[in-house]
Design a protein around this ligand. Structure first.
Ligand code: ZN
Ligand code: ZN
Length: 216
C-alpha cells in the first residue's frame, strides 16, 4: 500500500495540482485546484480515485480557480488554513489586477486545517506544516518521503513575499527551520514548476542553500 502522486499543470499561471491516492483503497485527495477542472477530473477518473477532500496550500487565485467546479463534481469538502481565508476571499480582486481575469468569488472553506493536523488517505497520512511567509496561512503537506510545498519553496527558488500578507523573514524561517529539518532525500512537489529533492535545495538553492543569499 502506498500513495501515488499525479501532477496536473493547470490554469493561467501553470499551477501544479496534485492528485494523491492510496494504491490499494483508491481513496485520494487533491492538493491545490488552480484551474482547468476537466484536466484534474480526467486524472481522477483515469485512476478511479474516490476523492475525499481538496486541500489548499494557500489562498491565491491561481490555486483556487477550480475549487467550486471540483467540489460540486466530486461532492467533497475543501480545506484551507484559517489565516488564508482573507486572501481566498480577495482572489477575484487579485485575478483582476494581475491578469485582467474575471473570476467568481470562491466559496467559503468547508473546513480549516492547521499545524499538526493529519489527513488520512485510506490509512496513509499527510501531516500539515504551517509555513507562513508567502502568505500568512501557507501550509505544506508532509508524507513519508516527500513534501508538497505550495509557493513556499520551488526547485531553485523561493516564494515571493511582495504580495498582500507576504513576509520575507517568516518565509526564510519556515524554509530553514521547518522544511529543511526533513531528511535530505525527501522529494519536493512545489506549487509551480518541476519537483526537486531537499538535498539539492539545501545545497544549491540560490536563496536558502549553502552560501545562499539569505541563509541565516
Ligand atoms: Zn501564491
Ligand atoms: Zn502560485
Amino acid at each position: 500500500m502506498e500513495l501515488i502522486v499525479k501532477r496536473v499543470v493547470v490554469g493561467p499561471l501553470d499551477t501544479n495540482s496534485y492528485v494523491i491516492f492510496n494504491s490499494e483503497t483508491g481513496e485520494g485527495i487533491i492538493v491545490d485546484a488552480g484551474g482547468d477542472p476537466h484536466k484534474i477530473l480526467s486524472v481522477v477518473a483515469r485512476h478511479d480515485v474516490e476523492i475525499t477532500g481538496i486541500y489548499l496550500t494557500h489562498g491565491h487565485f491561481d490555486h483556487v480557480l477550480a475549487i467550486d467546479d471540483l467540489r460540486k463534481d466530486l461532492n467533497c469538502r475543501f480545506y484551507i488554513h484559517e489565516k488564508d481565508k482573507e486572501i481566498l476571499f480577495q482572489a477575484p480582486l487579485d485575478a483582476e489586477s494581475f491578469l485582467g481575469l474575471s473570476i467568481p468569488k470562491p466559496p467559503p472553506p468547508d473546513g480549516l486545517i492547521e499545524e499538526g493536523d493529519l489527513i488520512d488517505i485510506g490509512g496513509l497520512k499527510l501531516r500539515v506544516l504551517h509555513t507562513p511567509g508567502h502568505t500568512p496561512g501557507s501550509i505544506c503537506f508532509v508524507a513519508d518521503g516527500y513534501i508538497f510545498t505550495g509557493d513556499t519553496l520551488f526547485a531553485g527558488s523561493i516564494g515571493r513575499t511582495d504580495l498582500v500578507g507576504g513576509d520575507f523573514g517568516s518565509l526564510i524561517d519556515s524554509i530553514l527551520n521547518k522544511i529543511f529539518t526533513l531528511p535530505d532525500d525527501y522529494v519536493v512537489y512545489p506549487g509551480h514548476g518541476p519537483s526537486t529533492v531537499l538535498r539539492v535545495e539545501k545545497l544549491t538553492n540560490p536563496f536558502v542553500g549553502e552560501g545562499g543569499l539569505f541563509k541565516i
